[in-house]
Write a protein that binds this ligand. Structure first.
Ligand code: SAM
Length: 226
């Protein structure tokens, strides 16, 4: 059974093909950077070595209709809306008919609600959205390296937006609670802290999908203006 964990970070459970482009894993192989990193603690270089390194904006290295389950937690929002759609189309291509897909992303609505209710002050709103390369906690070295080591959100979703997006691409989807899933070993792959204030959508690739993806705008894109 082939199960993909796309954008795994350092969470690499057994039985899953854990995929990331793992800048940290790559940088860890550079002795000079490792030495500098030990001093300045810029980035986590403690990456498990069984990660499959792949840029999820590119065509996936798996064959059509070959994958049983796709799981992706807190990764889709790091892709632009266009790249995110291409990513989901690739998930659709590689999944077997009736294969399961489960996507977890931060909930835009939850963050906006907290702002509207005064729980998040304006000064912290962008930090909550995580759309900036800057963090108030960063020292001068981290600020300089921000474009290399920070991965701000490029697109955000609420539940209806993610449902629409995935449905338009040929998945039969529903909103789920944390650990509520048809994935047999969901408790291994899903980290409960990642399901708080999150959108969780799970579904299947329709067996006979004759629909064409439409061009509906389903989400809020975050575009950097310079
Ligand atoms: C916020 S972490 C999520 C890690 C883990 N899935 C979790 O829920 O804690 C996002 C991960 O997506 C990865 N990522 C972002 N863009 C990617 C891309 N284009 N290709 C591969 N991995 C990517 C990052 O390297 C990072 O490990």
């Amino acid at each position: 059974m082939l199960k993909l964990n796309l954008g795994c970070g350092s969470h690499t459970p057994n039985g899953w093909t854990n995929v990331d482009y793992a800048l940290g894993a790559w940088l860890a192989k550079l002795p000079v950077f490792s030495t500098i990193n030990k001093i300045f603690k810029i980035i986590n270089l403690d990456w498990p070595d069984q990660i499959v390194i792949h840029d999820l904006r590119k065509k996936f290295p798996w064959a059509d209709n070959s994958v049983d389950v796709v799981y992706s937690s807190h990764t889709l929002e790091h892709l632009s809306r266009t790249d995110g759609q291409a990513f989901l189309k690739e998930c659709h291509r590689v999944l077997k008919p009736n294969g399961i897909i489960r996507i977890v992303v931060p909930d835009l609505k939850s963050i906006v609600d907290k702002y509207n209710q005064g729980e998040v002050p304006a000064e912290e709103f962008l930090d909550e959205l995580d759309i900036s390369y800057e963090s108030s906690e960063d020292g001068p070295m981290k600020r300089r390296l921000a474009p290399l080591i920070r991965f701000p959100h490029k697109c955000m979703y609420d539940t209806p937006a993610l449902l629409r997006t995935m449905s338009n691409l040929g998945f039969e989807v529903a909103s789920k609670q944390g650990l509520e899933s048809e994935i047999n070993d969901v408790e291994i792959i899903e980290q409960p802290n990642r399901t708080v204030d999150a959108v969780i959508v799970e579904g299947r690739k329709l067996a006979n999908d004759a629909r064409k993806p439409d061009k509906t705008v389903n989400s809020v894109s975050v575009v950097a203006h310079r």
